[in-house]
Design a protein around this ligand. Structure first.
Ligand code: FUB
Length: 474
């Protein structure tokens, strides 16, 4: 692959972050009003967000001009809304250019945006991290300096393309790297410090750049760009997406094949996510009008797994996937209305009946169909459902109440079930989301139980509340 495309482009600093929400495309590329690259999908509640850099290179130039990161969102993976730039070079006071690939990872009610950015100090690219209270920010520099730089011991030849993953046990990992140099490190629970040494993962055959990590059915997956001509691309100026699997988050990895073949841009950068029960790959190409290697555009297509967990090669389409609006919690019947609710505390002027009265909140401030709140209690509170006979349950969805006064979105939550003698966490549960204005869907291995409990931990100084809590029969 030509190194020419890696030449850094000096660029001015943008100080204002545009805040817009504009409907865009329902076809590939998903946005053609600007050029976008290096997409990173994230599902929060019933919404898929895509974080992408913006390509601003004029026609005919052969360097990246990238100064800001944009956000798009969709509730059906087909129709997209553009939310404008939500971070840019000026977000990181210590940096000066090259807003390259990024990824957002949620934790403890916050959203950590890991970015590739050119620092002003020695060396070239660094990994920075910004933080915000919602998927759309606002985002501010979380650390005041690079998380990874050229002076980090055993860092990559090119410190770009972070992918961050939080395992079920709460341990976070970051992978990154370019120039055939993948690297990995543990992150502290604050998500902005590394723990232990940077390691060089093994088994990522022909790794070039752009790692993307996820977990499915207990197996770890790493997708990454490769540029070999042995089954990947016809010309090593281009790249494909290979993938490997492991039974341990730090490997060793076993190479499994090609997920996404060559695209129309030289670079190939992608992310994989499950949304409303289906799997998607989000990637970039040069297919927008006037597009090119430095004027790329984001596309979305379906991704399919085989029964043995291997991934089928992706079919790139111009239509994009059909709308998948989901069911507000997946398939199955919401059995919450037939349960008897109880709680550790309900405010005298609010109502526990709110949580299972079948309301459809318009937003987290919506009081039109009763609200449950536990003010003035703080710390950990709970709400609970009980059925007269055991039910098999494998999904839940909670819509939080936030009155912008004493009741705020929670810091964290956990779903538990009664195993006959005590409450224990439901097995294999996905992240218990704390986002406002959405159904926060929790999936888990089916449990057969008469009682389900949602344990809610408040943010310091606040109480918590719920507008609707659903439980789905498997
Ligand atoms: O967009 C700049 C760089 O190109 C990214 O960091 C790489 O992954 C490649 O897509």
């Amino acid at each position: 692959m030509s190194l020419r495309r890696w030449v850094a482009t000096a660029c001015g600093v943008i100080t204002a972050v545009a805040v817009t929400a504009v409907p865009v495309h329902a076809a590939n590329p998903i946005i053609t009003t600007i050029y976008t690259a290096d997409p990173a999908p994230l599902v929060v509640g019933n919404t898929m967000y895509v974080y992408a850099g913006r390509d601003e290179a004029p026609t005919g130039t052969s360097n990246f001009v990238m100064r800001e990161w944009h956000v798009l969102s969709s509730t059906d993976a087909a129709n997209w809304t553009h939310h404008g730039a939500r971070a840019n070079i000026a977000t990181f006071g210590w940096a000066g250019a090259d807003a390259w690939a990024s990824e957002v990872e949620p934790r403890n009610g916050k959203y950590y945006w890991y970015t590739s950015i050119n620092g002003n100090g020695p060396g070239w690219m660094n990994i920075g991290v910004a933080v915000g209270d919602s998927p759309l920010g606002p985002f501010t520099d979380a650390k005041g300096g690079p998380l990874i730089s050229d002076s980090t011991p055993n860092s990559s030849g090119l410190n770009i393309d972070p992918t961050v993953f939080v395992d079920d046990d709460g341990q976070a990992y970051m992978y990154w790297g370019g120039y055939w140099g993948p690297r990995a490190v543990r992150l502290a629970s604050n998500m902005i410090d590394t723990v232990g040494s940077v390691v060089t993962p093994t088994g990522l055959t022909n790794f070039w750049e752009a790692p993307w990590m996820f977990k499915r059915n207990g197996l770890y997956y790493m997708m990454y760009a490769a540029n070999d001509t042995s089954g990947c691309v016809t010309n090593s100026n281009y790249a494909c997406q290979r993938y490997a699997t492991a039974t341990n988050p730090l490997g060793p990895w076993t190479h499994r094949g090609v997920v996404l073949g060559q695209v129309s841009s030289t670079t190939n950068h992608a992310g994989i996510v499950e949304f409303n029960g289906q799997w998607y790959i989000v990637y970039h190409n040069a297919n927008a009008p006037g597009g090119g290697n430095f004027r790329r555009s984001v596309a979305v297509d379906r991704l399919y797994f085989n029964a043995d967990g291997t991934i089928q090669p992706v079919t790139q389409t111009t239509t994009g996937p059909p709308p998948n609006p989901g069911t507000g919690g997946g398939s199955g019947t919401n059995i919450a209305p037939s349960a008897t609710a109880s709680t550790s505390h309900v405010s005298a002027w609010e109502s526990l009946a709110a949580i299972n009265n079948g309301g459809t909140p318009a937003n987290s401030q919506d009081r039109s169909n009763l609200v449950y709140g536990n003010w003035p209690q703080q710390g950990t509170q709970w709400i609970e459902y009980q059925w007269p006979a055991a039910r098999s349950i494998n999904r839940s969805a909670v819509y939080w109440f936030d009155d912008n006064q004493g009741i705020d979105l929670p810091a964290s939550c956990q779903l538990q079930y009664w195993n006959g003698s005590q409450y224990v966490p439901v097995p294999g549960q996905s992240t218990c989301g704390t986002a406002g204005n959405v159904d926060n869907v929790i999936t888990f291995n089916p449990v057969n139980t008469t009682r389900l409990r949602l344990q809610i931990t408040s943010r310091s100084g606040y109480s918590t509340g719920v507008l609707e809590w659903k439980a789905f029969q498997s």
